[in-house]
Design a protein around this ligand. Sequence first.
Ligand code: BTN
Length: 242
Amino acid sequence: MIRRIAETTSTNDDARGASYRHGDILWAERQTAGRGQRGHGWTSGEGMNLTFSLVWEPRFLAVREQFTLLQAVALGLADAFDAQGIDCRIKWTNDIYVGDRKLVGILIEHILAGERLARSIVGIGINVNQMDFDPSLPNPTSMARETGREYDRAEVLERVAQCLDGRYRQLERGEADRLRADYRRRIYRLDAPQRFRVPATGEAFTGIIRDVAPSGELVVEHPDGRRCGYLFRQIEFIVGKR
Ligand code: BTN
């Protein structure tokens, strides 16, 4: 079921409600307190984009396997953009990029039942038809900017929902290796020099992404050849400088 509403604070908050079950999507035209990763907000041009939350109930997954779910989400979106002729990459952990510009933001929040994932609220913001962005945003793009055409947002959402469902089924079938391999092939800046910063120390360095471990750690090769694994928040991309 896709439910479309005019306004809410954040679809990720509403989708926690008991009336939303596995596979349901809540799409809001306007969020008054849209949330992004790392405590940031998420703003979106009204009537131009998609801001929605999908509910999954992946009780078969252990909490320690949550990165596999994140991979399924990113790949489902990438599949949907492939179908539109938009060649995208997954910027670890789960931004969708076209070239060096961000097309989609994803915020996944879990509700746990002991060691298992009871519910995952998959919040997704896709820039669809917006052409001009607030200059304070670092590097946004949209589907329309990439292709020069306007999209029917409901159709885009239908396609995205189908593709996400396809990847969820792989998750259910236990095809973690396939998801991991597909995710690896899609990694933004894989095998290419990239500037990074370690927030804890302020250290900046040029490294090369070699892989993403099953735990979700980004495996980066340092200039001296050492390979180090970094968890979310332990390393940041310095975008725009190589
Ligand atoms: C990010 O890149 O920082 C993640 C952005 C996630 C935005 C979406 S829009 C729908 C859902 N509701 C929210 O409040 N956030 C997510």
